[in-house]
Structures are given as structure tokens and as C-alpha cells.
Ligand binder design. Structure first.
Ligand SMILES: [Mg+2]
Length: 364
């Protein structure tokens, strides 16, 4: 059986537009997107691609891949992925089973699965047990604009492109109400608060989110792992809550899944394919809804698509609604009328876009 011969990383940083060129009172906060590609080469010459979470932490994630994991993995076989994942987590638990350590492992683990499926000549979904569908719905995930006019206009733009589901990253009532007014009652609308409300604000705003008929409210309060309070907020206010992107490993999800309606594992953060699969299974058993966090355009997006093909109970995927100079992957599977066709190539189906490598790779 083959062994890991090399592990390399490539940092990509691609500028993007946000579909709004009208007047603004606030400057754009987020204008470029980082991706950390992990490239694994085996001693029999197969290349696998993975992605480790890199938003505002790209050099830290890369250092973890190269300094913490690479020396332990060169020369290792990976026939038993569950055993290898457990062993890596055990060896590195003193560096934390959350955050940078597990982000780094997520990218490597994903790349190893890419290799395994390529060796078999099948897509990852088929390797994991079956390709159960050819497409998956996606929602438009808008960046935060922080003022009502761009929120309304970009909501209209997303709907004009066929999306029936829009997620905001707005935290102010007026901005969220502006999207509802622009989209009307036929729009299914959510907002991601990214833990910005105080508990008092959550008590005040959640009933108003219910009045706006939000499908879910994501991560309303800080800290994100206050699952008991989240459960109480959902129960008391009658608004579905979503959380999970800030949790790693299936172990942490044991407390999340009972707490909220929508469960959001992120394949570049949680520990890779196997941890995601374990959370998916537990979510199904609990009768909750799986809504993966996946605003990626590298292997994390392709992996999420393969997981959605294998797991029919994955709800919608998260498509970050931006216009980048190019995507990280060649032939990026984009939503058309809110539906993404899932590739059926060997492995994840990901290959880097040569333009992304040539024009947007960075040496940090
Ligand atoms: Mg989120």
C-alpha cells in the first residue's frame, strides 16, 4: 500500500467584488479571500488536494500543516483513515482539539481521501458509499454590507439569478428588514450574526426575526459554545437557530445537535471527511437538519459537494455570493437557479485553476 511521500501547501489570495457598485456610507471590510491548499503526493505518484480553513489565519494554518503534521506523516500509510485521524488527534491534543490544529488536519485528511478515491477511479461520494444524487440546492450567502441599501439591492440581484434562499451576515434590524422588504414573502431569508449580539440584544431581536419570518438565525450570541443558552433562546422565541461552524470534531457536536434545529459542520474546520460524516449521521439520528458551512471555492467546496452527493439529508450548501477575479478551482461548479450540479470525477474532482496559481498565489 502506498505511503505519504510529500505534503506541500499553496496560499491563494483572490480579490473579489460584492455585486454592489452604488453609493456606500461604509467602506468595504472584506475584499480578498484566502485559501490554503494542501497538496499530498504519495510514493506511487498520486496527488490529492485538500483545504484547511484560512480566513484571517492562513500562515498559522500553513505552519500547523508543515510543522506539526508533516513530520509525523511523511512515510506513513493511510489505509485506515479512522485510525490515522484518531492517532493524529491523540498525538496533537496538547495543541488543542479545536482551531488551527484541527483546521490543518482537515486539509490533510481531505487530500488523503482525494487520493484514495482517485486510486479507485471513483468520485469521493461513490467511495464513501454511493452517489445518491446528482445535484444539491445552494443558498446565496451575502457578505456583510452594514447598511440597508446594498443589502436590498444585492438581495434582489441574488433572486434575479435564481436563488430562492438568501443568507445575510447582517446584525442590525434595519438591514435584515431591508432584505425582507426587497425579497418579499417568496424569499426564504436567514441571517448570520457571527456571535455579535449580547444576550439582551438576542432577547430583543429574536422575536423581531420571527416577525420577519426568518428561516434561521445563525450564531446569535457569544460564546458560540453556550449551547444551553442557544437551546433556551430557540425554545422561547420560536425562531430556528443554526450553529456548528465554530466547532471541531464530532465530539463537540454531541452538545450542539440537541441544542439547535440546523447543524453546520464545516469540512475544512471540523477534522475533515470522517468527522463530518460522523456529525451527519448523528444529526440524522436526532432528526435535525444538516446545513454545512462551506463558503469555499477550493477543495472544501468540492468536498462539500461530494458529501452532499453521498448524504441525501444534507440540506442546502452555502455559496458565498461574490464575484472574484477567478475561482480557486478550475470549472467551479456554480449554482444555476439555486441548484449545483455535483461533479462525478475521480476523487474530489478538484484541480486548481492555473490562473489562480499564476496570478494569486502568495508567499507569506
Ligand atoms: Mg456562519
Amino acid at each position: 500500500m502506498s505511503k505519504i511521500a510529500e505534503i506541500e501547501t499553496i496560499l491563494i489570495d483572490i480579490p473579489f467584488d460584492d455585486f454592489y457598485d452604488g453609493p456606500r456610507n461604509k467602506p468595504r471590510g472584506w475584499v480578498q479571500r484566502d485559501t490554503l491548499l494542501v497538496k499530498v503526493t504519495t510514493d506511487d505518484g498520486i496527488i490529492g488536494w485538500g483545504e484547511s480553513f484560512a480566513y484571517a489565519c492562513r500562515t498559522a494554518s500553513r505552519a500547523a500543516v508543515m510543522d506539526m503534521f508533516r513530520p509525523r506523516l511523511i512515510g506513513q500509510s493511510f489505509d485506515d483513515m479512522a485510525a490515522l485521524s484518531r492517532e493524529m488527534q491523540r498525538q496533537l491534543h496538547i495543541q488543542g482539539r479545536y482551531g488551527i490544529t484541527i483546521f490543518a488536519w482537515s486539509g490533510i485528511e481531505m487530500a488523503l481521501w482525494d487520493v484514495k478515491a482517485k486510486r479507485e477511479g471513483v468520485s469521493l461520494a461513490r467511495l464513501l458509499g454511493g452517489r445518491n444524487r446528482d445535484s444539491v440546492p445552494a443558498y446565496a450567502s451575502l457578505v456583510r454590507y452594514g447598511e440597508s441599501l446594498p443589502v436590498a439591492r444585492v438581495t434582489e440581484t441574488a433572486m434575479a439569478r435564481g436563488f430562492s434562499d438568501v443568507k445575510l451576515h447582517e446584525i442590525a434590524y434595519d438591514c435584515i428588514a431591508a432584505a425582507r422588504e426587497a425579497g418579499g414573502s417568496q424569499l426564504r431569508l436567514t441571517t448570520d450574526v457571527n456571535c455579535n449580539w449580547s444576550l439582551d440584544q438576542a432577547h430583543d431581536l429574536l422575536p423581531r426575526m420571527k416577525a420577519l419570518d426568518l428561516y434561521w438565525v445563525e450564531e446569535p450570541i457569544f460564546p458560540p459554545e453556550d449551547f444551553r443558552t442557544l437551546a433556551a433562546l430557540e425554545r422561547e422565541n420560536g425562531v430556528a437557530l443554526a450553529t456548528g461552524e465554530n466547532a471541531c470534531t464530532a465530539f463537540q457536536f454531541r452538545e450542539i445537535i440537541p441544542a439547535v434545529t440546523f447543524v453546520q459542520p464545516s469540512v475544512t474546520k471540523i477534522g475533515g471527511i470522517l468527522e463530518f460524516m460522523a456529525v451527519a449521521d448523528a444529526t440524522l439520528q436526532a432528526g435535525k437538519v444538516l446545513m454545512p458551512h462551506c463558503p469555499y471555492s477550493g477543495p472544501g467546496w468540492w468536498a462539500s459537494l461530494q458529501l452532499a452527493a453521498a448524504l441525501p439529508h444534507v440540506g442546502m450548501l452555502e455559496h458565498l455570493f461574490i464575484a472574484p477575479k477567478c475561482w480557486v478551482g478550475a470549472d467551479m461548479p456554480l449554482p444555476k437557479d439555486g441548484i449545483v450540479a455535483i461533479p462525478d470525477e475521480p476523487g474530489l474532482g478538484f484541480t486548481p485553476d492555473p490562473r489562480a496559481l499564476r496570478d494569486f498565489s502568495v508567499q507569506d
